[in-house]
Every structure is written in structure tokens, then in C-alpha cells.
Design a protein around this ligand. Structure first.
Ligand code: NAD
Length: 363
């Protein structure tokens, strides 16, 4: 069987890690035909937008996409291509596993956490009012009337939006993921003690949904306490479900626990399409240097193989990557102990080493 998959190389280190990942996926023997399309600042001039419609069309048609990171200019210009893509395709789940691999230089062992982050709401909904605009002024007047608060005239606003519908579907996803993957516990993360009508709503929906899954343990944590507990004893957590912003921050924190962003894969999943990409960004300082670790994107490829039903191949590729990490020879700088950084391998050599392991495993 052949799969048609949309491939978006991205920018910065994106093209290098995408090429490395494409090579290892092809080496597994799975027949994938790639529909290569481009998004980001590099196509802005040609198409008048960093996210051309044909890119979205390709993902809608193929229903599966693999994507490298795309740079978002800070402060001005377009909003994030990544956020826009998730919204346009209603990819409401951001799934980010953080797992310890033997041989990674990190003080934490036996971490196996899956973060289920809501991907479309919260402070990322894109509802903002710029300082000094008539709309910001209207809002300031409204707040004076409804809440009796004197908001400073030079304030900007980003609205935190959490709906019952959005909360319900993400918490359901977390529990059904836990059940399907033989996980034992779901922890909901929030700040409901302060934000009663947004995080409070998320928490009350989570409690309600939890009752439908009596076979899975449920607990909740306030986000600040959660960060402390994750750093102290991450092994106590299993599946974590969180609104967008906390999920984003906790994903990077958990990536740090298992050895850094170079090992943190991710998936954005909706009812009609799924897009697989590493948690990390485009790391512009490493662009074109053959230095970045391609394993987060390779592991995103592993998630993609599982998603399309190629479980055995996914296991084989994950083991090949794990073998390369455990040997510690053919890994990039971020997986080398400080004293051995000079012997670090490049992005493409890591791909060669993973392909070699796949061959040894008989593919
Ligand atoms: P980043 O993840 O690109 O890099 C942070 C640091 O992590 C890097 O300087 C590097 O030291 C390390 N790092 C990241 N990926 C690595 C890899 N594969 N191998 C080795 N080291 C790696 O974060 P940033 O610098 O905050 O963001 C750069 C750009 O990427 C921004 O424009 C941001 O908006 C964008 N971004 C895109 C996505 C995406 O496309 N999904 C996600 C996050 C950030």
C-alpha cells in the first residue's frame, strides 16, 4: 500500500532535518509518495501570504502531513503560520510525548509523559486589541462599566478564550488516548483558582468527562505547582491535558527533562487531518550548518507511521533511533556530554546511522 503525504520542509534548520527524516522513513520500506509544498517567509513574496491556500488544500486532500519548523517574525508582520495552519484545519489536539531514551545525558530517568495540549483556543485564539486603537478604547470603557476597573489607557489586550466545547473534545481525546495506549492516569492542568470562568470551566468539564472513563485515574494540578512537581518527580505523571498556553510551556519543560528539544516530537490532530512536526522551532542560528538534531522530526515521523496504521514499522524505526542514541557515537552536539561535543556528528550523518541500524534490523 502506498501513502500520499504532504511534506512541508519549513525554514531555518527545517529543510535539513526534513531531508534526514524523509531518508529514514524511505529506508523503512514503507511506500510514501510525497506532495512537497512550501510555507513561511520564503514564499510570502511569490504567493502574497506565508500560508498559501494550495498548502492547506494538499493537507486536506492527503489528510496526513509532515512538517519542518517555520520561523515567525517577532512583533510585526504575519501571525504564526503554525497557529494559522492549526486553526484553518481545526487541528485541535497537540500531542507531545516526552520519553527517556537510554544514553541521553540528563539527570532524569524513566520519564514517559504524553502531553495533550488544546491547540485552538486560550491566549492563542488571536483575539487581540492593540494599544491606542479605538477598539482597545471601547474595551477599556466597557470594563469600567461592567467591572468598575480603571484599566490604563496605554494597555494592549490578548483575550483568553476557553469554551466548554473546546475543553470537552480535548479532555475526551486525552482519556481515549490514555485508554487506547494502556495509560493509567490523566492529569488536568489549570489555574482555576484565579481564572474562574476560563480555566475554571476547563477544570469542571475535565471533572465531568473523567467520570465517563472510570478505568483511568484522574487528578488535577494548578499549573505553578505542576511545574515544580514535574521538575521534582516527573515519573509520577502519565498523560497530561492542558489548555493551550500551559500545554505549550509544559511541553518544552518536559522536553528538557528527557534531553532537550532535539528529542521532542509532536502531532497536531483534528477530525479530518493530522500534521506531524517536532516541538522545536527553526533554530535559525544553526541553519545550513548540518548541526541540528533531526531526531525530534524523525520521532514525529514515527508518530505519523503509527497514525497511518504502520505500527510495526514505527516500532522498528523508533528502536533504530533509540539504538543510535544508546551507542552515543553518531549523535549531534546536544546529545553529547559537554567534554565530547567536539566529536558530535552532523544532521545527515545521524540519518546515515539510523538507516544503518534499520538495515541491521532487516529492512
Ligand atoms: P527553537 O526551538 O528554534 O530553538 C531554541 C534552541 O533550542 C535553539 O537555539 C537550539 O539551541 C535548540 N534547538 C532547537 N531545535 C534543535 C535541534 N533540532 N537540534 C539541536 N538543538 C535544537 O526556538 P526559538 O529560537 O524560540 O524559535 C525560532 C523560530 O522558530 C521562531 O520564529 C519561532 O516562532 C519558530 N517556532 C516554530 C515552531 C514550528 O514551526 N512549529 C515551533 C516553535 C518555534
Amino acid at each position: 500500500m502506498s501513502y500520499r503525504v504532504t511534506l512541508i520542509p519549513g525554514d531555518g534548520i527545517g529543510p535539513e532535518i526534513t531531508e534526514a527524516t524523509r531518508r529514514v522513513l524511505e529506508a523503512t520500506g514503507v511506500a510514501i509518495s510525497w506532495d512537497v509544498v512550501h510555507a513561511g517567509a520564503d514564499v510570502q513574496e511569490e504567493f502574497g501570504t506565508p500560508l498559501p491556500e494550495h498548502v492547506l488544500q494538499s493537507i486536506r486532500k492527503n489528510r496526513v502531513a509532515l512538517k519542518g519548523p517555520v520561523t515567525t517574525p517577532v512583533g510585526s508582520g504575519f501571525r504564526s503560520v503554525n497557529v494559522a495552519m492549526r486553526k484553518a484545519l481545526d487541528l485541535y489536539v497537540c500531542l507531545r510525548p516526552c520519553k527517556s531514551y537510554h544514553g541521553v545525558p540528563t539527570p532524569y530517568k524513566d520519564v514517559d509523559i504524553v502531553i495533550v495540549r488544546e491547540n485552538t483556543e486560550d491566549l492563542y485564539a488571536g483575539i487581540e486589541f492593540e494599544k491606542g486603537t479605538p477598539q482597545a478604547g471601547e474595551l477599556i470603557k466597557l470594563l469600567a462599566k461592567t467591572h468598575g476597573v480603571a484599566v490604563r489607557a496605554d494597555s494592549g489586550f490578548s483575550i483568553k478564550l476557553i469554551s466548554e466545547t473546546g475543553s470537552r473534545r480535548i479532555v475526551h481525546f486525552a482519556f481515549s488516548y490514555a485508554r487506547a495506549n494502556k495509560r493509567k492516569k490523566v492529569t488536568a492542568v489549570h489555574k482555576a483558582n484565579i481564572m474562574k470562568f476560563s480555566d475554571g470551566l476547563f477544570l469542571s468539564v475535565a471533572r465531568e468527562v473523567a467520570k465517563e472513563y472510570p478505568d483511568i485515574e484522574f487528578e488535577d494540578r494548578i499549573v505553578d505547582n505542576m511545574t515544580m512537581q514535574l521538575v521534582k518527580k516527573p515519573q509520577q505523571f502519565d498523560v497530561i491535558v492542558a489548555p493551550n498556553l500551559y500545554g505549550d510551556i509544559l511541553s518544552d519543560l518536559c522536553a528538557g527533562l528527557v534531553g532537550g528539544l532535539g528529542l521532542a516530537p509532536g502531532a497536531n490532530i483534528g477530525d479530518k487531518a493530522a500534521l506531524f512536526e517536532p516541538t522545536h522551532g527553526s533554530a535559525p542560528k544553526y541553519k545550513g550548518l548540518n548541526k541540528a538534531n533531526p531526531m525530534a522530526m524523525m520521532l514525529s515521523g514515527v508518530m505519523m507511521l503509527r497514525h497511518i496504521g504502520e505500527e510495526d514499522t514505527a516500532d522498528r524505526l523508533e528502536k533504530a533511533i533509540a539504538d543510535v542514541i544508546a551507542e552515543g557515537k553518531n549523535v549531534t552536539y546536544d546529545l553529547k556530554p559537554e567534554a565530547e561535543r567536539a566529536q558530535a556528528m552532523g544532521t545527515s550523518e545521524v540519518a546515515d546511522a539510523v538507516i544503518e541500524k534499520l538495515r541491521e534490523r532487516g529492512s
